[in-house]
Design a protein around this ligand. Structure first.
Ligand code: F6R
Length: 608
């Protein structure tokens, strides 16, 4: 949520910073801005809208070799040029980009106004620019340190000073920052995506770190002034491939990458000969697995839906009582956490503030939490310390697709390994493991085939004012995921319900025009779900059925039939979600939406 880029070196900073902003645009695209230190001034240019709008007006030949830039997802203050970052102090000698939220900005702003400062924006960030300027007396680092000592909230900041043209001061607390090591140049970004084209050698800052960056390198200290050293890490190959390739959109590319992303998640982890699975990152002994009394899976949005499937697998396969919880709600009810509970924190970005907050709540109360994370080195992965990377590869489209299936796969592998330790015999374990290993190829075959039902469903849904999604058990999680995708990508109002709950109220919404998407694989709930379909049909609504191929009875009840491969229940979400991903993509396209950058959204939600 919001992206920061910084550069100090020998090249002109403007193209490097703009390039980084383009790569980070998926983190926020309400406005963008850049501040370059050159020729005795800080040239600050900002524009509402995409980075392209900024590029069109930034003077291309600015000579400065130090610069910072920002792409914004608005929190405090509307989407205006005045509220775009960077923000300058009153004398235009200090420029600041900020991710996060300054909770005490109102009181700081009043104090500064009393001292005669005239504010130029409605943002919380502007107080930082004025505070740093106020405390500046020749030492940039000391000024930033002192200003931050007055701030309550979260920050990832990058600051440039007119008097120090070869220097950036940056600091992190709750909003990620990473330093990139070059030859005679140093980079800064809120996300390694911005850096991978320039360097793969990076240093992740920790909360309450402050770093001073020059072309020759960097010095990291703690906010209280104590020295600290952080190791250089090497970014994996996956960071360098982020083009759209042959695809028109990142979302479509990522949907079609699922055979490979799923293969990375299961190969080498599932061991059919043992009828089980190995996940070294969990670092749990069989004795510790046997002692787990309750599993709770935490996540937000799509990751929560994956967590619902994971919880069902933990309970269904491993026979451990398990629930999924929305991470943003979890910590505010002062949850009781027992030593024999095990938590999973599921997150694609690894930076979601709500999920990170839930992880900390668990840890404060002595609980044990394992990360199920995509982005290596991200805050949640680091906070958990133990866990599993889902290895989806970079997900650039704001709507999550391949991360969902990778998260589900990782949780299924974990459930298999726990199940084998506790209750599952080798034959059942082997069968489940072999089925999991076959999923990537079968997903690839389904995606490569012509699935005419998807386009027929698009026609019904794109015309509808409202779409209803139904499913039971793990298919309820898929229904929720399908509805979320259609809302965020096509902006069509949707609702998802456990199928049997429909008759307890929401059936009142149905009329002859309502498209109802029902996820009904051929499992133990099939007949019950088909009864709900009959109730839908009796109201004249239009039925789009995602069902197991060869299920003729289900097909007969459908206005639109979308068959998916046969699988066992717990594995079915890896297939049933595919048509729903394509439905939202195609519906978004038909309605002319900005598919990879839906309105009001951002990829990584680093504010509460
Ligand atoms: C939906 C979507 C969001 C995220 C949610 C959590 O397509 O992408 O609902 O799933 O914001 O994000 P992560 O997984 O990064 O914690």
């Amino acid at each position: 949520m919001c992206g920061i880029v910084g550069y100090v070196g020998e090249r002109r900073a403007t193209p490097v910073v703009l390039d980084g902003l383009r790569r980070l645009e998926y983190r926020g695209y309400d406005s963008a801005g850049i501040a370059i230190v050159s020729d005795g001034e800080i040239t600050c240019t900002r524009r509402v809208g995409f980075v392209a709008a900024l590029e069109a007006v930034v003077p291309p030949t600015l000579p400065g070799t130090t610069g910072i830039g920002h792409t914004r997802w608005a929190t405090h203050g509307g989407v205006t040029e005045a509220n775009a970052h960077p923000h300058l102090d009153s004398t235009n000698r200090v420029a600041v980009c900020h991710n996060g939220i300054i909770e005490n900005h109102t009181v700081l702003r009043s104090r500064l106004e009393e001292e005669g400062i005239a504010f130029r924006s409605d943002t919380d960030t502007e107080v930082l620019a004025h505070l740093i300027s106020k405390f500046y007396s020749g030492d940039p680092e000391a000024a930033v340190r002192q200003a931050l000592s007055h701030i309550q909230g979260t920050w990832g900041i990058a600051v440039v000073f007119l008097d120090h043209p070869g220097l950036i001061v940056a600091a992190r607390n709750g909003s990620p920052l990473v330093v990139g090591k070059g030859e005679g140049e140093t980079f800064l970004a809120s996300d390694p995506h911005a850096l991978a084209a320039y360097t793969r050698q990076v240093v992740y800052l920790e909360d309450r770190d402050l770093v001073t960056i020059t072309a020759r390198g960097w010095t990291i200290s703690r906010l209280d002034g104590a020295g600290v050293s952080r190791g250089v890490e090497v970014l994996g190959e996956e960071w360098t491939s982020e083009g759209r390739g042959e695809f028109s959109h990142h979302m479509l590319k990522e949907i079609h990458e699922q055979p490979e992303s799923l293969a990375r998640g299961v190969l080498g982890r599932v061991v059919p000969d043992e009828g089980g699975a190995r996940l070294g990152g969990f670092d749990l002994t069989p004795r510790a697995i046997a002692a787990i009394r309750h599993i709770r899976v935490l996540g937000c949005g799509t990751s929560f839906h994956a967590g619902m499937v994971g919880a069902a697998a933990m309970e269904g396969l491993a026979r451990i009582p398990a629930t999924a919880e929305i991470a943003s709600e979890f910590r505010y009810r002062n949850p009781v956490i027992s030593a024999d509970d095990l938590f999973f924190a599921v997150s694609q970005s690894g930076e979601t503030a709500d999920t990170l907050g839930a992880v900390r709540e668990v840890q404060i109360k002595g609980g044990s939490v394992l990360g199920v994370v995509n982005v290596v080195g991200s805050s949640i992965a680091r906070s958990c310390g133990r866990g599993v990377y889902v290895h989806s590869g970079p997900e650039i489209a704001v709507a999550s697709t391949k991360a969902f299936t990778s998260q589900v796969a990782a949780l299924l592998v974990a459930a298999l390994s726990f199940a084998r330790t506790r209750v599952l015999g080798p034959h059942e374990g082997k069968a489940f493991g072999e089925e999991l290993l076959a999923v990537p190829k079968r997903v690839g075959e389904w995606l490569a085939a012509d699935n005419p039902g998807v386009m027929e469903a698009v026609e019904l849904c794109a015309q509808g004012k409202f779409v209803f999604f139904l499913g039971r058990g793990v298919s309820h999680a898929v229904a929720l995921e399908g509805a979320l995708k259609l809302k965020e990508v096509a902006y069509i109002p949707c609702m998802a319900y456990p199928a049997a709950e429909m008759k307890h109220g929401p059936i009142a919404l149905l009329d002859k025009r309502t498209p109802v998407v029902v996820v009904v694989p051929d499992d133990v709930m099939r007949d019950k779900t088909l009864s709900s379909v009959q109730e839908v049909r009796a109201r004249g609504a239009r039925v789009i059925l995602v069902h197991t191929e060869g299920d003729a009875a289900a097909q007969r009840l459908a206005d639109v039939s979308i068959p998916v491969p046969r699988s066992s229940t717990l594995i079915s979400p890896l297939f049933t979600v595919l048509p729903l991903q394509l439905l939202s993509f195609r519906a978004g396209l038909a309605l002319g939406r900005d598919i990879d950058r839906p309105r009001n959204l951002a990829k990584s939600v680093t504010v509460e």
